[in-house]
Design a protein around this ligand. Sequence first.
Ligand code: F0G
Length: 457
Amino acid sequence: MKTFIEPFKIKTIEEIPITTIEQRTQFLEDANNNPFSLRSEHITIDLLTDSGTTAMSAKQWAALMDGDESYAGSRSYYKFENIVRDITGFKHIIPTHQGRAAEKILFSVVGGKGLTIPNNTHFDTTRANIEYSLCDAVDCPVEVGTKPDVTAPFKGNIDLEKLEAVIKKAGPENIPLSMITVTNNSGGGQPVSMQNIRETKELLSKYNIPFFIDCCRFAENAYFIKMREPGYENKTIKEIAQEMFSYADGATMSAKKDGLSNTGGFLACNDDKLAEKAKTMLIITEGFVTYGGLARRDLEALARGFVEVLEESYLEYRIKQVENLGNQLIEAGVPILVPTGGHAVYLDAKRFAPHIAPEFFPGQAIANEIYRISGVRTVEIGSLMFGKKDENNNHVAPPMELVRLAIPRRVYTQSHIDYIAEAVIEVYNNREKLRKMKIVWEAEFLRHFTIKMEYID
Ligand code: F0G
């Protein structure tokens, strides 16, 4: 059959708000032209994030009822721990309420002034937590990973030469650990190959540096390895995931992604001393070691989510849905980052709106216009999220200007995807009308969440 279908049927529904263009123009103005400040009741299709926005299965909802809400030693924790250990093999599994809590704990334990943490590309909260601990966060993406128009199977890979140069410059004793993010979210949701993970481990072992994986989207990454890397075609997703983790000394995870749940995360490691310090910090900031800031029922939903996310029929549908949106846009000539990633389609704002220079936030102008004409919310990942100022107050742009259309898991149907494509194509066909923007207020860290913006006429 040519048509691919959602491998589930719908048991319960949630109405989505339908609004007019006049209303949305006003909502945007009220939100200071920042889609993060819009109310969800004014959004028709929400592609802001794939994080915590998943639809849970009937079995997950049923598991919630079976949650054991004991403060200490909850049966639900042990179920969660078992499945996470089965997939990752790590000795210590420390639950947290979401990914950044795991990052905060990890970097308050290992971070500090004068230290450096490399990664293929740090996600914004990872970078912020590292920098907040006064550590340097350094990105080492492969060259092809910063070229949105060039296709390659594993554009999420870390550049091993760059990584070694960073190690030599900082000194291995100043690198408490090195990371790889799978899939590479800030680099376009692109996968990392098994070979790259293995070679990273070899390089880091040479310098005695622990290796951590930011594994939010590990199952999607494993699926890409199965599809694209020779030698893995006949392995199960679980076997591939297990091999990925076998090279690492620890991991941070936002289980709001490939945990197929609305909340949760973990920090995992093999090092007893690190685990001891992390658990102390967990108790101070998150909660006891058998719940980490989560309701125990959420650990039940996660335990079931980790089983379902490894199902190949689910992953095939997931990756094909995202790819279908990408293909519709490519056919209409819309410049997107290719190939499409695991969880999102990324518009290439530099080619989409070449008349708006990075310092005038082309991605934000595109995201706002998509919302205005269709009620579809997307997010800028470019100069607004990652831009800096140099010592002369000049704008320093990141390598790419992107708009991310993140697809929540198991939430939207094919007709929703068609509607999204139509909206983006409409904005692209009228791209010369997109206007420059400026910041009128910003916070010190993670400014994009609360920023206030205006148009420049
Ligand atoms: N690492 C990566 C690669 C992520 O994508 C995220 C979150 C985190 C860490 C932090 O996890 O949100 O549970 O605290 N990404 C979401 C996104 C927010 O929209 O991409 P968290």
